[in-house]
Design a protein around this ligand. Structure first.
Ligand SMILES: [Zn+2]
Length: 300
């Protein structure tokens, strides 16, 4: 069997209007049930870790995630992705993004994300181009433009206000320039989607039911001409997901939807928490994303 790389898989998903979900793993035991659910549904997905997950949660380290991945991976159904490496993090600190991305590449991560979305357009282009240089054409680099809110320490303004004002939405003009000058492979956009809260106080709160501005998304797709990524996939109604996927979204990140059932069931033991993750992922694959048997097209 040919082993298509992640660039090829996401490219096919983009062309065929299929979504590849990326599952964040803030606790190592969450990984096995995610892989099992993908296999049982004959679906394809990415196993991901973001740097804040080994700093603020219990994913431990890039290496710990990679080692766990080597134990449970199934190459027909999964690839390993490094999610959010912010140039400036949610607490306003500069991170050593080159070191983190360099380490991930050495460990065998098959795609990486650089997040310069808190920077000015020019600085975001420069940092992203640097990350693309590090990846040297070997693995795809995802970048972010616009403000996908939710990781901030303070409370968010009311969701409807954000949506109506398009505050923080990715600009089509900036997108056109950004993609060409940074040479990123995929672009995470802000079109009404929001991240789940990660502050200790907000972690178990229900996420607002986000919507997607499909008219705006279409403008971004036409400006970018590369696969688009939707972060904050939890809580977006199914009909929006479907339309977003046919409007350029090839990858959708899922974090809160699987983290909350894991944390909620932990008091009953790790096994019960893992079962909750398995059930949730199976439900997402079959229902929200409708991607049972996506492997027949993506990694056939
Ligand atoms: Zn994100």
């Amino acid at each position: 069997m040919d082993r298509p790389d992640t660039a090829k898989i996401i490219g096919t998903a983009f062309e065929c209007g299929i979504v590849v979900p990326g599952f964040n793993i803030p606790y190592l035991p969450m990984m096995e049930p995610v892989v099992r659910a993908l296999r049982d549904c004959n679906s394809f997905g990415l196993i991901m870790v973001a740097s804040l997950e080994f700093m603020k949660f219990e994913a431990k380290s890039l290496k710990a995630i990679r080692d766990e991945y080597e134990k449970v991976k199934d190459e027909r159904h999964t690839r390993l992705h490094l999610d959010h490496v912010p140039v400036v993090d949610e607490d306003g600190r500069r991170s050593d993004f080159e070191k983190i991305i360099g380490e991930a590449l050495e460990l065998g991560y098959e795609s990486v994300m650089i997040d310069g979305s808190r920077l000015s357009l020019n600085e975001n282009i420069d940092s992203t181009a640097q990350a693309v240089g590090l990846a040297a054409g070997k693995v795809p680099v995802e970048a972010e433009l616009g403000a996908v809110l939710g990781h901030e320490a303070g409370p968010l303004p009311p969701y409807e206000e954000l949506f109506a004002s398009r505050k923080g939405f990715t600009s089509p003009e900036d997108t056109f320039r950004f993609v060409r000058e940074s040479s990123c492979s995929w672009l995470s956009v802000a079109v009404g989607n929001i991240h789940g809260a990660i502050s200790a106080a907000g972690r178990q709160k229900e996420k607002p039911h986000a919507r997607i501005d499909l008219t705006h998304l279409k403008l971004l797709r036409d400006a970018a001409h590369i696969p688009l990524v939707l972060h904050g996939g939890t809580g977006i109604p199914k009909e929006y997901v479907k339309k977003a996927v046919s409007t350029g979204i090839a990858k959708m990140n899922v974090a809160t939807a699987i983290r909350q059932p894991y944390e909620r069931n932990l008091s009953k033991g790790v096994k019960a928490a893992q079962n909750a993750v398995y059930e949730t992922v199976t439900g997402l694959l079959k229902s929200e994303f409708s991607i049972e048997n996506s492997c027949d097209i993506l990694t056939k």
